[in-house]
Design a binder for this molecule. Structure first.
Ligand SMILES: [Zn+2]
Length: 436
């Protein structure tokens, strides 16, 4: 999906990072400081996303940024100094994780063209706004799979430092591709590719994103073509693994998938045209699938129209849809590890909800139970990121990353449409109140 406007590399992102470090927005600072103490959320049902069980009328005690205690009201005491938040009739679930995001997303069409001369300073500010909106939509952790010029690492530093509001971030830095491929950072041959991988890791990447086939937003080439040589692919995966980074590939090609799986790749994005053969290998190897089902679904067409997507682009969406949905159904049936990702902004309106919630609904449409879809949005990605000790479920010791909804999403995934409360690390970032 990702499309780039080529520009010279500026030091702007670094400069912005430096300026954010001293300029602390008062409102954010006050809100965070006031919540350093103990908070108790009372009256709600807590969902255990591991098995779908619930604790009705629960007490969740939060101290600082983590859950301290949790249990039925009858047996869980509320500390005397706790600030109490009443959530009667609501259901508490873990904050959602979205594993395929680009906060600096630009796509073909007038909306993308209008950003052609965007400076890196403007880019990172736009990304910060998209981070805030994503968090507000209930997404408390994201994996970024392709941003430009270190903007992702500047944003992550600001969020981690408390000077910008947004989800927790793991990032892959820039997308690495061979010349003419589906990526901004072009490198050819093992030597150049090894350097490109090492550079992303040096910048802070915990994942490497490599394009091993064409994409929908490319104006040339087949999505099913495998564009990298064996030595090139082998080098990317080997160098990343030697440095402790995992590798995910933008991939719609079955041939490329076979080659990458034989080399031990960790994850595929989209997987548009993959067949049962590749999906069985993924299942056997424990490889991850981030489906981005929303990008070819009917619900995204309103978005493509809004941004003025050209006819050739809409045609590529339509022609990819059949295989993409069939692939997802097969992956669900085989029990492939699926982690939710959208490739649209996590908050992007889609079919009357957000892209993130719609993506989970499409997993149910493809055969998952509502609990499995909820796990694909919480537990599974937390495991994929090796963050399961910190996020992905509501348990004492984990970060207090919590959303509240009006019904149980483990019974009906559409309950995620009713997110009205978002807490990240013990800080309330959204709490909708009924109008007086
Ligand atoms: Zn993407």
């Amino acid at each position: 999906m990702w499309r780039w406007c080529k520009r010279s590399i500026l030091l702007a992102a670094v400069m912005l990072k430096a300026s954010l470090a001293v300029a602390v927005p008062t409102a954010v600072f006050t809100q965070a400081a006031s919540q350093q103490g103990t908070v108790a959320i009372v009256g709600a049902s807590v969902i255990n996303v591991e098995d779908g069980s619930t604790i009705p009328n629960a007490v969740v005690v939060i101290e600082g940024d983590r859950i301290k205690a949790m249990g039925p009201a009858a047996t869980t005491s509320i500390p005397a100094d706790a600030h109490t938040i009443r959530m009667d009739g609501k259901w508490l679930a873990p904050g959602l994780l979205n594993m395929h995001t680009h906060f600096g997303l630009k796509l073909p069409g007038p909306a993308g063209a209008a950003l052609e001369n965007e400076t890196d300073m403007q880019l990172v500010l736009r990304m910060a706004e998209n981070a805030r909106k994503s968090l507000y939509a209930g997404v408390t952790t994201v994996r970024m799979v392709g941003e430009e010029h270190g903007s992702d690492f500047a944003l992550k530093a600001a969020i981690d430092g408390g000077t910008a509001l947004g989800p927790r971030i793991q990032s892959a830095g820039e997308i690495i591709a061979t010349t003419g491929g589906h990526g901004f950072l072009e490198a050819d041959g093992p030597a150049e590719l090894a350097k490109a991988v090492r550079q992303q890791i040096k910048n802070g990447a915990t994942w490497i994103k490599v394009a091993i086939s064409g994409g929908i937003s490319d104006s040339h080439g087949s999505i099913s073509a495998s564009t990298m040589t064996h030595d090139e692919m082998k080098t990317v995966i080997e160098v990343a693994h030697r440095n402790g980074a995992k590798v995910t590939a933008h991939n719609g090609s079955p041939i490329a998938a076979d080659e990458a799986l034989a080399l031990g790749i960790d994850c595929f994005e989209h997987a548009y045209h993959l067949t049962e053969k590749q999906l069985r290998t993924m299942k056997a190897q424990g490889a991850w699938l981030v489906p981005t089902a929303v990008v070819t679904d009917e619900g995204a067409l309103e978005f493509y129209r809004k941004i003025g997507s050209p006819p050739w682009y809409l045609e590529r969406v339509r022609s990819t849809r059949v295989d993409h949905h069939k692939m997802l159904q097969t992956a669900v049936k085989l029990g492939v590890n699926i982690a939710l990702g959208t490739d649209q902004f996590p908050f992007e309106p889609n079919a009357g909800t957000t892209a993130t919630v719609r993506e989970a609904e499409l997993y149910v449409a493809a055969g998952m139970t509502p609990l499995q879809a909820l796990q694909a949005a919480t537990l599974k990605p937390a495991t994929m990121l090796e963050m399961e000790k910190d996020v992905g479920s509501l348990k004492p010791g984990k970060y207090a990353d919590i959303i509240a909804v009006s019904a149980n999403p483990a019974q009906d995934i559409a309950a995620l449409r009713t997110i009205g409360f978002v807490m990240k690390g013990g800080q309330v970032v959204r709490h909708d109140q009924p109008l007086p």
